[in-house]
Write a protein that binds this ligand. Structure first.
Ligand code: SAM
Length: 186
């Protein structure tokens, strides 16, 4: 089980990016996201995607992240530009998770509280350049899962059928519910 812990969510400012953290977590193989500040609108948005596109992704908000970390017996990773490069520690993280069973991945918003660095087993960087929690999470999960998550099936009510051009979404019984052909250019 992989849980993403979102620290420092500010409902007024971070709605969009925290939603992207959650959807990235789901799409790249995590099973849940825990968010520190309560945000029912964000929870509903994420649940709505999971309901339509499938899987068993769980979202909860309003969780005290320090208590969550203290009480968790999972392997704890914090994604930070100051950490050890992901390619140098990912094998060791996988081995630890094989022993302990679960993984928690903490990502920040603006500035993370300093004590997080001491609370985790691994501070991990995805390059040592500043960028985004969404990018860092996607790359970390892809390295952790060795790319297998890219072909995961979610068995949802709606399934996108890959196409070179145009858009097709099918429902569970295989009927096309949205088909958009590309416009002709002549
Ligand atoms: N300067 C901020 C700080 O002190 O943490 C960085 C904030 S950044 C916009 C938000 C989050 O993105 C960070 O808390 C971290 O989780 C993630 N992040 C940004 N760059 C990263 C990198 N190079 N490697 C890993 N995670 C990164």
């Amino acid at each position: 089980m992989i849980t993403v812990l979102r620290i420092g969510h500010r409902p007024a400012r971070d709605k969009r990016i925290t939603t992207h953290v959650a959807l990235t977590a789901r799409a790249f193989g995590a099973s849940s996201i825990v968010i520190d500040l309560h945000d029912s609108q964000l929870e509903n948005t994420v649940r709505s995607v999971a309901d339509r596109f499938g899987g068993d992704f769980q979202v909860s908000s309003g969780v005290n992240w320090r208590r969550y970390m203290d009480e968790s017996i999972a392997v704890k990773v914090h994604l930070t530009m100051y950490g050890i490069p992901v390619d140098r520690c990912i094998d060791s993280i996988r081995e630890d998770v094989a022993r302990k069973g679960n993984l928690v991945i903490a990502v920040g918003a603006e500035k993370v509280p300093g004590d997080i660095y001491e609370m985790v087993d691994y501070n991990v960087s995805v390059t040592n350049q500043p960028h985004s929690e969404v990018a860092a999470l996607a790359i970390f999960l892809d390295r952790y899962n060795r790319g297998t998550e890219l072909s995961a099936r979610f068995e949802g009510k709606m399934e996108v059928i890959p196409k070179a051009r145009g858009k097709e979404i099918r429902n569970r019984i295989g009927n096309s519910i949205t088909t958009k052909k590309p416009k002709r250019k002549d």
